[in-house]
Each structure stands twice: as C-alpha cells, then as structure tokens.
Design a protein around this ligand. Sequence first.
Ligand SMILES: Nc1ncnc2c1ncn2[C@@H]1O[C@H](COP(=O)(O)OP(=O)(O)OP(=O)(O)O)[C@@H](O)[C@H]1O
Length: 683
Amino acid sequence: MPPKSKGAGDKNLKSKSPAEFFQDNKGIAGFENAGKSLYTTLREFIENSLDSAESIGVLPDVDIAVEEVTLSQYEDLIGLKAHVRKDSALYADIETDKEKQKRLKEEAKAAAKAAKGGKGDAGGGGRKGGAKSFFRITVKDNGKGMAHDDIPNMLGRVLSGTKYGVRQTRGKFGLGSKMALIWSKQTTGLPIKITSAQPKSKFTSRYVLDINMEKNEPNVHSAEKTPNDSAWHGAELSVIIEGNWTTYRNKVLSYLRQLAIVTPYAQFHFRYESAGGDARQNVDATFRRRTEVMPAPPTTTKHHPSAAKENQLLIKDLLSQTREKTLQAFLNKEFTCISKEYAGRLVAELGKGFEPGMSPKEVSDTQGTRIQQLLCDARFADPDGACLSPAGEYNLRLGIMKELAPDWIASYVGPALASQGHPLIVEACVSLGGKDVKSGFNVFRFANRIPLLFEAGSDVVTRCVQRLNWGSYKIDKNNDKIGVFVSIVSTKIPFKGTSKEYIGDDNTEIAEAVDRAIRGCATQLKGKIVRAQAAKERKARKKVLTRYIPDVANAIAIMISASAEAAEPPSKRCKWGPGAPSNGGKLWQVDPVFEGKLLEQVRNGDVQRSTIERKLSDFVERMDSEQALEHSMQNKEGLSETMHLVPTGPVHKFAPTVHHPTCAFRLLDTLCAGGFLPRGDLK
Ligand SMILES: Nc1ncnc2c1ncn2[C@@H]1O[C@H](COP(=O)(O)OP(=O)(O)OP(=O)(O)O)[C@@H](O)[C@H]1O
C-alpha cells in the first residue's frame, strides 16, 4: 500500500495541456505580435503546402491570399448585429486622419529598421488605442491532401503531425498550423476552414474546426464530404486572424522572393487585397516556375550511431521497438553506417554478458547504458546523405540568376556529415553584382529549403560571413555587391527554438561546414576575378598597341621604300646611333638575305603600307592570345566551371545553334528564356 499522504497537497498544483502551454507561450513559435503572427501563419501554411506536393512528386502550385477584413465584416462573421455608431469619437478604433498618417509613418520606420537586420519585431503590434486589423489568410496547394478522418487530429491537436520520423521535411514539430489556429481563436474567436482531397479521391473533405484548449482536442464544428468532380487533389486552409500588414509587407514579399530562389520548380501566386478598396495598396505577384527539375525527394533513414551522444534514451527506445531478433542484427539494421561485420566487432567489444545472437529484448538497462557508451566512443563513417534532398547547385544557381541577375556566381556543395546523429549537407553560392543588390553583404539563409529572415545576427551563416577574410579572395566587402546564399539540409536542423528562425554558431561541425562552403565559392570567384583583371589589362595593352599600328606601319613603309629606291638595306642606312655591343654596335641584327628579299618585294609592289599594317595587327592579336593562354595555364584556380546538364527529350525546344571553330552548342530555349543567356548575346 502506498504511504498515506501527510497533510493536504499543494493547492497550486496544476497541469497544462500542450495547447494551453503554447497559447501562453506563443512567442517561442513565432507568434509574438499581430504582424509577426500574420507572417508566421503564411509561412507555416506555405511550407506545409510545399512538403505536401513534393511528397507525391508533384511540382508545387501554391495560391496565397491575404484579404483585409473590415470591422463590420468581422462583426458579421462572429454574428454580432451591425451596430450603427452614433458617436464615433467614443470608439478607440476610430483614427483621425492625422493619427493614421502618424501610425503609418511609425510603422514604415519600424519596418525599414527591421529590414536593415534589426531584431524580429517590426513594430507589428497592431494599431494603438485598441483598434485591430483582421485578415483572412488562405493557402491552397496541389499536394497530397489529408485523409478525411485524420484532418481533425492533424489540424486540431497540438503536437500531432506526420513529420516526426528521421526524414528531411520543412515541418517537424506538429505545431505550426495549430499555432495559427490558436492565434485565430484568441484574436478573432473564429475557427479554421479546411478543404482537402487526396489523389484519385471521389470526394472532397470540408471541415470547420477549432481546438479545445484544455483537452488539446479538435472541436469539430462541421464536417462533410462533397463530390470531387474536378479530380482535384491538395489542401486549402483558411483562417481569419488579427494581423498587421503594413509592417510585415516587406518581410512577406522577401520571404516569397527567397522561396522562389530556393524552390524554382514551384509556382507561387500571391494576392493581397486591402479592405478600403484602394487598389494601389493591393499586391498581385506571381513567382513563376522556372524549371521542371525537382530535387529527388528525401527518404526516411535510420539514426546515425552518434545520435546516442545526444539522446540517452535512444538505445532503450530502439531496443524496445526493434523487430530484429539478435543484437548484431539490431546494431546493423537500426543504425546507418554499421555493417554486419562492424556490428559483430562492436558486440565483441561490449564484453562480458553480450553475445551477437542474444535477443535485444534480453538486454538489461545497465547493458543498454553500456551499448550507448560504446556507440558514443566508437568511430563511425559519416552518413552518405543519400536520404537528403538538397536544393542542388543547378536549382540554386537558376533561382539566384533569375531573382538577382548577378555578374558572377560560384557554387559549392559539401559532403554529408553527421551533426548530432543526423545527416547534414551544406550548399552555398556566392554571387557578385546584380540588380536590387546593395553594396556589402547580402546574406540569404535557408534551412531545409525554408528561407530564414529573422535573428540573422546570431545565425551561423552570418557569423561565418563576418569572420572570413574576403580581401584575400580579392573581394571588397564594403563596395562589392556580395550575395551569400547558404542552404543547410538535414533530417534534423538544430534550430534555436521552435519558431525556426536561426541556427546557432555554437555547433562546430556546422560552423566548419558552412565556412568551408563559403570559402569554396570565394576561391572560385577569386580565380574569375584574377582572370578578369588580367583580361582587362591585356585589353588595355592591346588597345594602346593597336592605336599606334597605322603610324608605325607608315614610318616603316617610308623607310623601306627609301631603302628600296636607294638599293641600300635599311640596316646600312640607319643613323640611329650604336646598338648593343653584343649586336656588333648595330641597332638590330638582320638577315641580309631577308633584307634583300624584302626590298625586292617592295620594289615589285608585293609589300606595301597596308601589308605592314596587316602584319603588325596579326602580331598584336597573336601576342594577346598567347598571353591569355599563358595566364590561364599559370592560374588554374577557378579555371574549371561546373556545368549542369539535364537529360533532354521531345518536350524540349532549342535555340539556334551556336558555332565555335571546334564545336557547336544547341542550347535549350528555356535557358535563354529563363535568363541564363539573353538571346542577343548568342553570337
Ligand atoms: N497543406 C497540407 N497538405 C497536406 N497535409 C497537411 C497540410 N497542412 C498540414 N498538413 C498535415 O498536418 C500535419 C500538421 O501540420 P502542422 O503545420 O501543425 O505541423 P508540421 O508541419 O508537421 O510541423 P511544424 O510545426 O514544424 O510546422 C502535418 O504534419 C501534415 O501531415
């Protein structure tokens, strides 16, 4: 019998459901104020849409709408009878024109400050005096949709989702869309509307639901199935929330722009409609799909053995869940990078009490701790990263070229490494020049192909950029327009916090990998810069020499014509003083047979002024090409360029063939149209 409790329990003892916890701590999930919540809601919905379409190998098509809802529309929605105000000045939400001007000015100032890299809050707290702005946010995709019966749990229960495995996905926590719902419930009291159909489904599911916060349970208002006559598949989520568009407008648009860079195979259509009917405030932007090449989808993988260092309970969990019959098979099958033979060596190393053939179920808690100890200490190969789906150099370059049109671009993909027991790949591009790019650093960060816009100052990428000695790569960090793009993909991105804003600089493996990737790009650019400078100098030298050719040709023609007439070679007629002693005091050493022949040709009219001019031009041209070749041979750095080839088929159209003396190219029409090569540049 348990001992009887002495005295009464603490009457303050309470427990909270996950929904209540996140309701109280919205900031840690990116819902700290009205403006940020509008931004995060969009982000969570869009990222779910991309995950969903990619999971079935469909090129994503995402429609995004933000519609301002007026107070009276909102009152209608919540069933309040529209009240005609008699004394407007009584109401806190009535702004005078002067107040409105002042607010817009302050909000614009705060947004500009935030855009310059200031901290998260762009003053998005909503209007002063209690007046609020409401927005209907709707995101529709062409993904895999959700099973009818799963919808309430997927979207009405905090910490539920389908992305918990060891797999690269944009979502991870099972939280994002529920946070949007909690925010909507708190600020407008309105539920979420979901329309969804799975591929080949004969019906479309339509739900209206919210969350029972206390029980962390879905609260379904209505659920129905309607015929899916158009064979549509995907999901459409719609919520009405309090928000602030003015201060987060730029953030939303730069998020979409960056998403278009890292996801050029997706098409986004964004629409903002203001309630006032002022068309100038509306936005209608389409970020077109620029390639149909989608990275191979990520696959689910097993834990890397080094995950044992991070999670003390991992071995025990895996031992209790495994279907393997022997300890050796358990180590071989439940982890990556442990071959059957290596598993045998590990079991032998575990020592007394362990047998390769023993059942994992027989392993005691103490033995489990011993296995964990050994996995922490033993040496394992890095994972091969095949389960990951990086954006790819081709896609990154394509996105950057289209969005920024830089003068130069270099890319680098690092090998996969194990970070906290998870495979991780760092890819980077560094660009120079371009449109709408400011001088200095323009850092773009992506994690699992999500653009990260906040907390840039603390992020590992920003820190690496600041630490690098750019001057040694011939890049002027103050005056050059430098674009640094770093994309990190992993089965678990070590974000700081649940709002997925930044990756800390304290993880040395990641910091080193990011540093290596940026250096790799900078080295390629250095090669290009050095070559370009040499080419510029050569061009200048050639220009000077070419300018003097007519005068020099003229002078020589006069001299040799006079010699021809006098039947005396120029070397004899020269009055220019002594030359080098090694040359017998003459200015130059000329083959007398050659001189004789030359004078003969001059007399015959075979050598004229134009002949000399042509010869001199040919010589300058040859010298220039030889110098270019010599320079290339001496500076091999950055000489090679990676080409990204895609298999072609009947669907591809080609631009006119480009001929070169040694080969001919047929370029895809889409490359020209996509901005790789302006058509006029094909020569
Ligand atoms: N547009 C969608 N299409 C298909 N399934 C979706 C869609 N949106 C959400 N889901 C499903 O609902 C689940 C919960 O989504 P939610 O946004 O709450 O969390 P998550 O995406 O799993 O993780 P995170 O909190 O890190 O974003 C997802 O795991 C997914 O299975």
